[in-house]
Design a protein around this ligand. Structure first.
Ligand code: ADP
Ligand code: UVW
Ligand code: MG
Length: 406
């Protein structure tokens, strides 16, 4: 199939995108990437970043034109700009279909899905379950539908990868009717875990890696979560019904005592909206440090509050790795991914130190270099840094669905 797949990864304040050759669908790893970039700071002060053009014939001026954007831009605006720019540059090829990362598929949607009015409305009804993500993921779908009604658009769900979890890992200890209504632990960052798990298995096939199929992947970005995998399939995750559960994140609290939430509402007089803002936007690294939710800034800071926030971030990760190792009955490999996991060597070092009881021994030089294999020769635990590629999974699922229908 000729043409390009545009993969759109809408985050809470960023839109990452990539163009892939629609013909190269043998496996996700075989998909040929043509262009990648990113808009960040959406909704406040937009920054843009060209990651790379791969074999495309654009000059600097053509590249720069994409990022000549107004300072205030939202997700839909960024996508409109992107679409216009692709169409202005024939060297990039024709877009055959657009694949979107949609964070929550709810009880109804797991598999990649061609979007239409009905499914769009059903997904919009889930906005409150992922208030930092779902509306931002859907806004570009709506604007594209208006601009290019004939262009096929697909949704790829963050929740899909976790469908393999056993019931015991998905169930809340609530009355049965809740489960029947779809109140379960869905789990998120699934496109990232899906990619990293495949990349790990490819590496282990041609390396001298330690054996064993019990893996924890630590996706540490603005949002952060852990996934426990057995033989490449998700068996448990730290995120739950929503992506506020689990680890401490950039601005999200992670797991709390539910009694505390009740206390805030019943005794502190906070409105539900104020609690939502507190838990999603004012907590985590930002709330504890009082400085920033951005790990780079905290690592660069000498304030004791920054160190305290980092220590709590690491402590929560180490405790949850212990919990997932228990669920797996042991641990063979620990993989770090996403912004912090891929680039923050001091955080990986602290987490690895907290996992010495599991046999972790870091190779300090490899860790400092963000190398792929960061386990020391005496490590009983495989330790890895694998850059995630959610866009690749979105493109592959989209191309596969498109090929099935044509
Ligand atoms: N070199 C680095 N050192 C430490 N942290 C980094 C580095 N580069 C990026 N990060 C952190 O990664 C996080 C963003 O990760 P990312 O995966 O891009 O998040 P998202 O996709 O959720 O927007 C931020 O906390 C940022 O500070
Ligand atoms: C679901 C989620 O937390 O996503 P992100 O890390 O992109 O914010
Ligand atoms: Mg992300």
């Amino acid at each position: 199939m000729s043409g390009e797949i545009l993969a759109v990864n809408s985050g809470s304040s960023s839109l990452k995108f990539a163009l892939f050759d629609a013909a190269s669908t043998a496996s996700p790893m075989a998909m040929q990437v043509r262009y990648r970039g990113q808009f960040s700071g959406l909704g406040s002060r937009v920054r843009t970043e060209l990651q790379a053009g791969f074999g495309t014939e654009l000059n600097e001026e053509q590249d720069a034109a994409l990022y000549d954007v107004p300072a205030a831009l939202d997700h839909a605006g960024a996508l409109e700009r992107l679409l216009q720019w692709v169409e202005d540059n024939p060297a990039l090829g024709d877009i055959r279909a657009v694949g979107h990362r949609i964070v929550h598929g709810g009880a109804r949607y797991r598999e990649p899905l061609r979007l239409d009015a009905e499914s769009f409305a059903a997904l919009e009804a889930l906005n409150e379950l992922a208030p930092l993500h779902q509306p931002h993921g859907l806004a570009p779908v709506r604007s594209l539908t208006g601009l290019r009604p004939g262009l096929p658009q697909y949704a790829c769900f963050d929740t899909a990868f976790h469908a393999t979890q056993p019931a015991v890992a998905q169930t809340f200890p609530l009355p049965r009717r809740f489960r029947e209504q779809g109140v379960i632990r869905y789990g998120f960052h699934g496109l990232s875990f899906d990619y990293v798990s495949r990349a790990l298995s490819a590496e282990r096939q041609h390396g001298q890696a330690l054996p064993g199929g019990r893996v924890v992947i630590a996706h540490l970005g603005n949002g952060a979560s852990l996934c426990a995998l057995r033989d490449g399939k998700s068996v448990a995750a730290t995120t739950g019904f929503t992506a506020v559960e689990g680890l401490m994140m950039g601005t999200r609290s992670g797991s709390l005592d539910p009694g505390l939430v009740l206390h805030l509402i019943l005794h502190e007089g906070m409105s539900a909206e104020a609690v939502q803002r507190l838990l999603y936007k004012e907590s985590g690294l930002l709330g504890v440090s009082g400085i920033s939710g951005d790990m780079r800034e905290l690592l660069a800071s000498e304030a004791p509050e920054a160190a305290e926030a980092i220590a709590l971030f690491v402590y929560r990760i180490v405790r949850e790795i212990g919990s997932l190792a228990a669920a797996l009955g042991g641990l063979d490999h620990l993989v770090f991914t996403a912004g912090i996991g891929e680039r923050a060597a001091p955080i990986r070092a602290a987490v690895a130190q907290g996992c010495e009881w599991l046999g972790a021994r870091l190779d300090d030089a490899a860790n400092a270099a963000n190398a792929l294999d960061i386990a020391g020769p005496d490590s009983r635990l495989g330790l890895w840094v694998i850059p995630t590629d959610e866009e690749r999974m979105i493109a592959w699922y989209t191309a596969t669905e498109l090929a099935r229908r044509t």
